[in-house]
Ligand binder design. Sequence first.
Ligand code: PRP
Length: 207
Amino acid sequence: MALHISTHPLVQHKMTLLRDQRTDPKKFRELLREIAVLITCEATSDLEAEETTVMTPLGQAQGHRLKERVGLVPILRAGLGMVEGIWNMMPNAEVWHIGLLRDEQTLEPVEYYNRLPVSPTVDVCLVLDPMLATGGSAIAGVNMLKRWGAKRIKFVGVIAAAEGARRLTTAHPDVPLYLAAVDKQLNEMGLIVPGLGDAGDRLFGTG
Ligand code: PRP
């Protein structure tokens, strides 16, 4: 199973603060932005780059230029909290939003926003969602991208329930997962335990 869980001490340190119930929305947004950047560094380590040259003040140096077009695909709402930091790092990335909400009774994802153009405009899609609980939203998001014609898709998240991670890799074995933590349990309301609460609510102060 292509599941990558970051062991970086900075990620683990920031994750502990992110989980802490005393962390307020401003700090939560900051931590999520930073963790997203660190996880994305790991998720993008195999992007193709081509050789180029550059003039330094002292002469010509060999260099590299990113070759692949990257699409950031945040799943609304919580995925929005991961965009800014990653986008600062890859300013040429395109951002395509996908709106999915989880029906509170059935826990099934409901699609409510999709403005993807007719055919893919990027080489690699990074699906962004900090929470992978039952895995339903992530599977639905990847389904939408595959219907669109996306060939290379990676899931960049923060925290998953083991069951959700398993469901996603079973449904889409070609999509690697990059995460900061995997928790064992999912409670009867579909919340990750101990998790960090509802990321969307903590991010937007709506809890
Ligand atoms: C949460 C979360 C994920 C999804 C995970 O979103 O941000 O998108 O649930 O659950 P799943 O793996 O069981 O599908 P939610 O539907 O609460 O919407 P929100 O981000 O707008 O709060």
